[in-house]
Design a protein around this ligand. Structure first.
Ligand code: COA
Length: 250
């Protein structure tokens, strides 16, 4: 159990399950316990007929700074990559219900790539999407190497995933990573309004439509596994360890 992930069923919109990242003092960096809590929430959402839409939200000014660097360093040292992140990604890919996300501020690493698996994302105009994988001597994850080039074309995907360019909210919208840009104070309300709009649709038709639009999850899962092998071997390199240590010692 961790209180760094809050699971909310708002009374006014009880068909929504909100997964809220709640570790603002660490910019919502994701730990193994947080992935585990999110996986359980996704499983619960899938099994509960009343829940029609899953919503990811972060904190004011920060969606997530990505995977916890201390966990990266621990993986680099032990050589063992935890199952939690892969279990989470696979549960997200296999989820049969729509996913909506709201971003205000930083969305780094998996905090950015998670939105490739969301159906609608609203972001504030001060949001930044960035994946410094290569700078950390790592490789893209979460099937971003498959989905991003299809979505935004090779050059933009390369700028995001390999060059490590930060995309503004407008750039992210133009690239198809998010649906809408709004103001910081409106992000949460607009995200929940979109989710409620989806929740009001005939659920079986929505499920089928989404399945048709997304295609088979198997290709995405296979890509996640392929990336994970390279990611795990890169984690053990001296250059990756040096990058994590440099961050931890700042
Ligand atoms: N893992 C663990 N802790 C993190 C973190 C991460 N990914 N990102 C931020 N934090 C922690 C910082 O260590 C700091 O903790 P402290 O107050 O105990 O020292 C706290 O969150 C605030 O971060 P700070 O760096 O002081 O804030 P900032 O506004 O100057 O910078 C970031 C924010 C997100 C730009 C910067 O923290 C950063 O680059 N983080 C790493 C992002 C990253 O590379 N993630 C992995 C992607 S694959």
């Amino acid at each position: 159990m961790t209180d760094h992930i809050l699971i909310e069923r708002p009374e006014a919109a009880s068909q929504l399950l909100i997964i809220r990242l709640n570790r603002p003092e660490k910019k919502n960096a994701l730990t193994r316990a947080m992935y585990q809590a999110m996986t359980s929430a996704l499983q619960m959402a899938d099994e509960t007929p009343d829940i029609r839409v899953v919503v990811f939200l972060g904190s004011e000014g920060c969606f997530s700074a990505g995977n916890d660097m201390a966990d990266f360093l621990a993986f680099a040292t032990s050589g063992e990559m935890g199952r939690e992140v892969l279990d989470f990604l696979k549960a997200l890919v296999r989820l049969t219900k729509p996913v909506v996300s709201g971003v205000d501020g930083l969305a780094i690493g998996i905090g950015a790539t998670i939105h490739l698996h969301c159906d609608l994302t609203v972001a504030s105009d001060r949001s930044l999407f960035k994946t410094p994988f290569v700078d950390l001597a790592l490789v893209p994850e979460a099937a971003s190497s498959l989905i991003a080039p299809r979505l935004m074309g090779h050059q933009r995907a390369f700028a995001l995933l390999a060059l490590g360019d930060a995309f503004s909210a407008e750039e992210a919208r133009d690239a198809g990573l998010i649906r809408k840009v709004t103001t910081s104070d409106a992000v949460e309300a607009e995200t929940l309004a979109l989710a409620a709009k989806l929740a009001a649709k005939p659920p079986e038709a929505l499920r089928l439509a989404r399945k048709l639009i997304k295609g088979s999850p198997d290709e995405i899962i296979a890509c996640i596994d392929d990336e994970a092998k390279l990611f795990a071997s890169q984690l053990k390199t001296a250059e990756a360890r040096a990058a994590f240590e440099a961050f931890m010692k700042r």
